[in-house]
Write a protein that binds this ligand. Sequence first.
Ligand code: PLP
Length: 358
Amino acid sequence: MRPLKATINHHGLLSNLNHTKKIANKSKVMSVLKANAYGHNLLDVAKTLKSSDGFAILSIDEAIQLRENNFDQTVLLLEGFFDKDEVRIASELSINVTVHNQRQIELINQVKPISPINIHLKINTGMNRLGFMPEEINYLLETLNSNPYIEDIVLMTHFSTADEKEGIEKQLGIFNLISDNYNYPASVANSAAIIRYPESRLDWVRPGIMLYGLSPFENKIAKDFDLIPVMSLISEIIAVQNIKTGDLVGYGSNFKANKNMRIGIVACGYADGYPRHAKNGTPVAIDGHLSSLVGRVSMDMLYVDLTQIPSANIGSKVELWGEQVFVDSVAKLAGTVGYELICAISASHRVPIRNINA
Ligand SMILES: *Cc1c(COP(=O)(O)O)cnc(C)c1O
């Protein structure tokens, strides 16, 4: 069998949740499990994180899966529903829906669900992605409050720069100005805000990336926050080439040896979800020794430098990311963020995902 696999450390996952709960203090924790739990497998992750107060996912299918597997926490659809059937299902299964546009309110009124549904009303405080404008909220809440098809209401917003120097001050200010007029529970914080801004830990928090042991900040690593990397991407050397000074490596010949070198070929490529844009010098660990990529990543394989690791050979273990090589470091050299890399592995449908310590 091809040696490439992703392993999911469930001890680490649970430890990250418990750490998040400690930081979150009195806030209820809604673990974000969208994108197949950031590529870690929805149901397996839900099981390990079952002590969460809630789960946030994207699609009604994921919500159904959670209910069918007896998860009875609050479940939130982050984009709400898209048609009348989904309104009915949300009502039957008691799924919380994000309501962010007028059309969704019209659909609820047309369906007239038998049991009223619980909503998270999304306010656009500056991200300009989903949500009603702040000046619409007073009027909306008046109508929603007397709407017989709507039960509980949570006020919600999402930050665009919780991980950057601009921070959340402006957006949180706009949110609080509205929220302070009412008694509705509030939910605003993603991982970066949870860690960085105590004032954003309101009735609910919505951690995603930190649960999976990645840093939400570009210039920090997960270890800085006592978070444990959960996914390891592991493969093996499947071939070795001894090359001479001046020899070229890979498609486009974009690596030229400036000395005699030993090159290892690793079973992992961009069709598996490894980033094609990873530069020469991107870190890898071979049998526990740090080394780096050379040449261009191909569809099924990539090249690593074995020159300084004479013991490495065909069959040597390669950690592409995990506990030794942080996914954030790989992401940086590929011009992206760790979020994209961990999601890509499961989305490729080529890499077996194995639970350890489950
Ligand atoms: C994805 C998402 C989160 C979690 O964000 P992280 O940065 O992964 O913590 C929280 N809230 C909403 C609305 C999201 O879409």
